[in-house]
Design a binder for this molecule. Structure first.
Ligand SMILES: [Zn+2]
Length: 206
């Protein structure tokens, strides 16, 4: 077991990453905060216990996170691409986005409810937004995610767990089956389970 901080002491990316008591990461080189208006309060007394993984790219298959950030801030110029008509009426967000370079952008405090899951159910409990934290990976269901993304996801999982009692992780596809397919077959659950130190029973069952 490596002591916290020692391996990062040489300036490894994301040194000192942590969630403050208000549920925000401190911005630095590979961490950006762009507060979104698309959130509200969690139900009284409900803390997040579920991590939900997604993918997004706007337009689909094209990378460069600007459009995603604009979308979550309700600033997307819908005239820039015909496909954007598909999302014109949506007001959505996630707590975090990890882009292809592994940079983390935070949009919503983990203490608040982001609007990422939609109609969903986990172990018979509906409205997963109420009790989950949503992480978007910039990508598609079929293109391999980058090593930088896995590394950032591992670090983000660690710091969320230090602040919240996470009991399970699921993909959007698992909590909204038939309606959603992300993060898709490209996501390596076994790799993430190992790197994120999840127990077998906390993972989606194949
Ligand atoms: Zn999703």
């Amino acid at each position: 077991m490596v002591q916290p901080g020692t391996r990062q002491a040489g300036g490894t990316p994301m040194m000192g990453l942590m969630l403050d008591r208000h549920g925000w990461l401190k911005p630095h080189g590979q961490v950006q905060c762009r507060p979104s208006p698309n959130y509200d309060k969690r139900p009284a007394g409900v803390d997040p216990t579920l991590l939900v993984l997604h993918n997004i790219s706007l337009p689909p298959g094209q990378f460069g996170k600007k459009h995603i950030v604009d979308f979550f801030l309700n600033r997307l110029n819908f005239n820039e691409h015909p496909w954007f008509e598909n999302v014109r009426s949506l007001k959505v967000s996630a707590h975090f986005l990890i882009d292809r370079e592994g940079t983390i952008t935070q949009f919503v405090s983990t203490r608040h409810r982001a609007w990422h899951a939609g109609v969903s159910s986990f172990n018979g409990r509906e409205k997963c937004n109420d009790f989950s934290i949503g992480i978007e990976l910039e990508g598609t269901d079929t293109q391999p995610y980058t090593d930088e993304q896995y590394y950032a996801l591992k670090r983000l999982t660690q710091v969320i767990r230090a602040r919240h009692t996470l009991k399970a992780v699921r993909g959007h596809e698992h909590i909204a089956p038939g309606r959603k397919t992300d993060p898709g077959p490209a996501f390596k659950w076994r790799r993430y389970a190992r790197e994120g130190q999840w127990l077998l029973r906390q993972l989606p069952q194949p």
